[in-house]
Design a protein around this ligand. Structure first.
Ligand SMILES: [Ca+2]
Length: 188
């Protein structure tokens, strides 16, 4: 019983690998087919973040009642866990204008005011989902306008199941059948 359980666990653990799921530094100025922008966001030339030449976000100060977004569509079917990191610089009216990261419509993090750094967002809640939408959204209210937000060096690292689901299922099933067989023999 112990030996076959060990073989089963070994087979399952071999199907997982740490990988880069998505990477974008905007240096080609081109967005991939799974990326889109709305509102006033665009890829522009800026050395503000200090790594590379191109960033995405506001080229000029934002407008009243603005809503802009960079949207990333991903398949997390075989993803076991994932972490998003990116660099940002934000200059907004702290009370009222916000830069938020949303996954499938739920807000993960919100930045407001004047700050810069690297944000780390745990995406573990999205594992197994076929259609994942990550949205980097900026919204402003009526009054004071500042520069807004720029961000860069988007990286999603995660653990991926490298064996297709049917194969993993077959391994699991045959392992289970082996265990059942051993249990039966012991009972006989
Ligand atoms: Ca860049």
């Amino acid at each position: 019983m112990k030996k076959s359980l060990f073989v089963l666990l070994l087979a399952l653990s071999n199907t997982l690998s740490a990988e880069t799921i998505f990477q974008q530094d905007f240096e080609t100025s081109l967005l991939g087919p799974n990326e889109s922008v709305t509102g006033a966001f665009s890829v522009s030339n800026s050395s503000y973040l200090g790594n590379g030449t191109y960033v995405i976000g506001h080229e000029s100060p934002y407008s009243p009642f603005e809503s802009s977004a960079y949207i990333l569509s991903l398949d997390f079917t075989n993803v076991q866990d994932a972490v998003l990191t990116f660099d940002y610089n934000i200059e907004t009216e702290a009370c009222c204008d916000k830069f938020s990261i949303l996954s499938n419509g739920d807000v993960n993090d919100t930045l407001s005011g004047t700050m810069s750094g690297q944000l780390v967002v745990d995406l573990a809640s999205l594992t197994g989902l076929e259609n994942v939408a990550l949205t980097f959204r900026f919204v402003s209210d009526a009054s004071i306008q500042r520069q807004g937000v720029i961000f860069d060096n988007i990286l999603i690292d995660g653990t991926i199941s490298s064996v297709p689901v049917p194969a993993a299922f077959w391994l699991f099933s045959s392992g289970l059948l082996g265990l059942i067989g051993i249990a039966r023999r012991k009972n006989a």
